[in-house]
Design a protein around this ligand. Structure first.
Ligand code: MN
Length: 161
């Protein structure tokens, strides 16, 4: 099972459209928010089930603010993260996730990619495909794969210009 995790596309969808083509077939796409009116395009291009949540720039969207769902053995919490002070660090977010019985929390907002694997919680931020802010500023995304034993593994990918 192959899942594409992206965030903070901010209405510029070129790299996302390219990724969907290159990575097809995907089993799921997860968008961590700041979609800015491109919800329809994000859905159509995926050609698979899509989970997305509203970011702080998605005022008018009727997209959910956050969502909990299951992938295989994992309880997932998808949230943009801006209500949990993620610009400082992800500790408050991880504490909230723990209190919800979550295994993997996925968030965005910072435009800086994170794969943070603790014993009791995994926090993932794919960074931004459009406005990366980490050192080097390459657009980034995460591929989550579930192997035959049901174990998830995560790869952080950068798109070279
Ligand atoms: Mn953003």
């Amino acid at each position: 099972m192959k899942i594409l995790i992206v965030s903070d596309t901010h209405r510029k969808n070129d790299l996302y459209l390219k990724l969907c083509e290159e990575l097809a077939p995907l089993d799921m796409v997860i968008h961590c928010g700041d979609i800015e009116g491109s919800e329809y395009i994000i859905n159509e291009a995926a050609k698979c089930p899509v989970k997305m949540v509203a970011g702080n720039n998605d005022f008018f969207a009727d997209t959910k603010r956050d969502e909990e769902f299951r992938i295989g053995q994992y309880n997932i919490w998808l949230t943009h993260g801006h209500h949990f002070y993620v610009s400082m660090d992800n500790e408050i977010l991880k504490d909230e996730a723990r209190s919800r019985g979550i295994d993997i929390v996925m968030y965005g907002h910072t435009h800086k990619p994170v794969i943070d694997i603790d014993d009791d919680i995994i926090a993932l931020n794919p960074g931004s495909l459009t406005y990366p802010r980490q050192e080097g500023r390459l657009p980034s995304y995460i591929i989550m794969e579930i192997d035959e034993n049901g174990e998830a593994n995560f790869q952080l990918k950068y798109i070279e210009k």
